[in-house]
Design a protein around this ligand. Structure first.
Ligand code: SF4
Length: 366
């Protein structure tokens, strides 16, 4: 325990350790983050048993050493040192995210950590919560401790898939917590992490994104990447073209495209009924392919999670920086390519139903 009774050590993503000067080195194409992602560190792994997660108790971490999950290193540092570095580098650190695992101490530790960061800095704080046992009163305590945004790792896109890959956890509990967080933190202040490639259909995933959008809750897509030692270690990653299409469709839903403009065949996205020029404009902006994460105080994405779902040298599944012209051209080719496993004949963007409005919204025509 530290002086405030919080955890003595926290783990940092390697990108966050670089941002705080606690590690040195260069990254592929200079990919960096201005969000310090902190993970509460316990001698035992997370009590949950999610089939894809590197923190699951079925894939124990050896406490004390540099470890990895989501394939990047998460070294541990004394909490006080991390807090002091955040305060020192405040203009460059645009957000802090405190991530909980399932552990009986996690909620109170997260609350203390938020409070102690808030006493020394004005940096916006997100908490990526583990919903078990958390309702509106606990969420209010996190807000009072200084958090302004809540992330919830829903991960699976439907209740059925959730039950399959997250044994022992309940979709209904997660969903109730999403709604409670929305009411405590307000519109645009809650996000759900959803993983593409766990076995969901496009339709399930996009229906979920639409339903979250109706509640002014953001959907942040994560691309599945098998974690060694987990139950899904042998599962293939989703084809790049499927991932790109889902990035585009989720982006458009987030900009007001109604779900009815998406056409599905056998659960797969087969058509986006939107004016072809408007679709090309959205794609060529590069915005659908950027990492979607919590923003800084100016509304720009701060949490860019570089190398969270791809390795250096591979195509960026999501881009932690603005795309260059060749990145956009490649992402567009990938989005328009057919994907394997006998896809439906997709007419991607041939419809004429919807046109981008001057305010950037798709489908909100006056
Ligand atoms: S998007 Fe980033 S900052 Fe926001 S909750 Fe998720 S991990 Fe935390």
């Amino acid at each position: 325990m530290n002086a405030e009774g919080g955890p003595a050590r926290v783990r940092l993503s390697l990108a966050a350790a670089l941002a705080l000067g606690l590690r040195s080195g260069r990254t592929y194409r200079g990919a960096r983050t201005s969000c310090v992602n902190l993970l509460l560190d316990y001698p035992v792994p997370c009590f949950s048993r999610c089939a894809y997660c590197g923190l699951s108790r079925h894939r124990p971490l050896a406490p004390g050493g540099p470890e990895s999950f989501i394939r990047v290193e998460w070294p541990a540092f004394p909490t006080e040192l991390v807090r002091a570095r955040i305060a020192e580098r405040e203009p460059a650190v645009k957000r802090v995210c405190v991530s909980m695992v399932e552990n009986p101490r996690a909620f109170e530790d997260a609350e203390r950590l938020c409070r102690s960061i808030r006493t020394s800095t004005g940096v916006p704080i997100s908490v990526l919560i583990h919903p078990r046992g958390l309702g509106a009163p606990e969420l209010l305590r996190l807000r009072q401790a200084g958090a302004d945004m809540i992330g919830i790792g829903l991960d699976a896109a439907s209740p059925r898939l959730f039950a399959r890959v997250r044994p022992g956890l309940e979709w209904d509990t997660y969903w109730r917590t999403v709604l409670a967080a929305r009411s405590v933190f307000g519109p645009g202040k809650v996000n759900c992490h959803v993983v593409v490639g766990l076995g969901e259909s496009d339709q399930d995933l996009l229906r979920l994104a639409s339903s979250l959008r109706e509640r002014q809750v953001s959907t942040y897509l994560f691309c599945f990447y098998p974690e060694p030692g987990t139950r899904l270690a042998g599962r293939r990653r989703p084809p790049l073209s499927r991932w790109r299409r889902l990035q585009v469709a989720t982006f458009l839903l987030g900009r007001g495209l109604p779900l009815e403009a998406l056409r599905f065949r056998a659960g797969r996205l087969a058509e986006i009924a939107i004016d072809a020029r408007a679709l090309a404009e959205a794609i060529r902006s590069g915005a659908p392919f950027r990492t979607h994460g919590c923003p800084d105080a100016q509304g720009q994405v701060a949490c860019t999670r570089p190398f969270g779902s791809y390795r250096p040298g591979e195509p960026f599944r999501d881009f932690p920086f603005p795309l260059e012209a060749q990145d956009v051209a490649r992402a567009e080719r990938e989005a328009r390519a057919r994907w394997f496993e006998r896809p439906p004949r997709a007419s991607f963007g041939r419809g004429r139903a919807l046109v981008r409005q001057p305010d950037g919204c798709y489908g909100c025509a006056p």
